[in-house]
Design a protein around this ligand. Structure first.
Ligand SMILES: O=C(O)CCC(=O)C(=O)O
Length: 299
């Protein structure tokens, strides 16, 4: 399946779609070759991420081996059809699920935003750089769960998305899913590239994770997705604004009174509170502690 219209319809109906072997085996091997050394030095995760799972966050800042999947035309067309124009990257991350890792807790990615579950604001892609199988930690999904109200489904409702290396799983930001348990002796490598509507703050600060001079050398489309060239155009702004808000001018407030610095105390004048300065409770402010205590001593 490589038609964005068909994939969009499947996403809307089932919440997910798989495009088998969209990446060539050479591209898979090249990506693995660049990611493996980064994963070797990556730390083990904890809690939600998994104690037997390693992650390389923001890989697009350090390698160009994922530009091809990140810019796959059929993926970008689908993203635009489902969540609209001007998308930017959300999370980008290489995820290596090692032997012994338990199944991840079920969740839905756009749950990071406190929004109602009545629309998709995010499309997730998970690229298999190993064959994904039921026993090596293939992502488990709950088909159709994007259309349900919030509430974690039962693990028994999940199905593993088995797919050969080079394939991509696209799923709605509302679909419940999680990495599966790896009961084999070999790690499973996948790359997550999420796309979010342009008005949302991405989970990662892509504009900071890569150096700007380097980012400026990248293809224009990649710069748009990373942020520096991203913009909410007039067209998309109209589409995303929940309502047309009138521009309000601020009501005139009381006149602003100038703030006067306190005069140094000379023991005769009155301070702003109307008290002679040598008796004023503010005298330490006017005089400084040492001179006011010197004045007290003199009395
Ligand atoms: O690696 C996977 O299969 C899914 C990981 C995931 O959903 C997550 O960490 O949010």
């Amino acid at each position: 399946m490589t038609d964005a219209g068909d994939i969009t319809r499947q996403l809307q109906r089932d919440g997910y779609a798989v495009i088998p072997e969209l990446l060539s085996q050479q591209a898979v091997a090249a990506a693995r070759g660049e990611l493996d050394p980064l994963l070797d030095v990556a730390e083990w995760g904890s809690g939600f991420d998994g104690t037997r799972t390693k992650r390389v966050w923001a890989p697009l800042a350090v390698t160009r081996c994922l530009d091809e999947p990140a810019l796959a035309p059929v993926v970008l067309d689908t993203v635009e059809q489902v969540i609209g124009p001007g998308a930017q990257f959300g999370i980008t991350c290489a995820i290596q699920v090692h032997p012994g890792q338990q199944a991840q807790v079920l969740h839905y990615e756009q749950g990071i935003y406190p929004l109602p579950r009545d629309r998709d604001v995010m499309i997730n892609t998970l690229w298999a750089l190993d064959d994904f199988t039921a026993d090596n930690g293939a992502t488990r999904i709950v088909p159709g769960s994007h259309l349900r109200p919030a509430g974690k489904p039962d693990a028994a409702e999940t199905v593993p998305v088995e797919m050969p290396a080079g394939s991509v799983l696209l799923f709605c930001g509302r679909l419940y899913h999680g990495a599966g348990a790896n009961t084999t002796g070999r790690p499973r490598l996948g790359v997550v590239i999420d796309y979010v509507q342009p008005w949302l703050r991405p989970c990662e600060a892509h504009t900071l994770s890569a150096s700007q001079p380097e980012v400026r050398q990248l293809p224009q489309r990649l710069q748009e997705l990373l942020g520096p060239l991203g913009e909410i155009t007039a067209r998309s702004a109209q589409r995303y604004s929940a309502e047309q808000r009138p521009v309000r001018t601020a009501a005139p407030g009381p006149p602003v009174r100038p703030i006067r610095a306190p005069k140094p105390c000379n023991g005769r004048d009155t301070c702003a509170s109307g008290v002679m300065m040598d008796r004023c409770v503010h005298r330490d402010v006017h005089n400084g502690p040492s001179s006011s205590s010197a004045a007290a001593d003199a009395r």
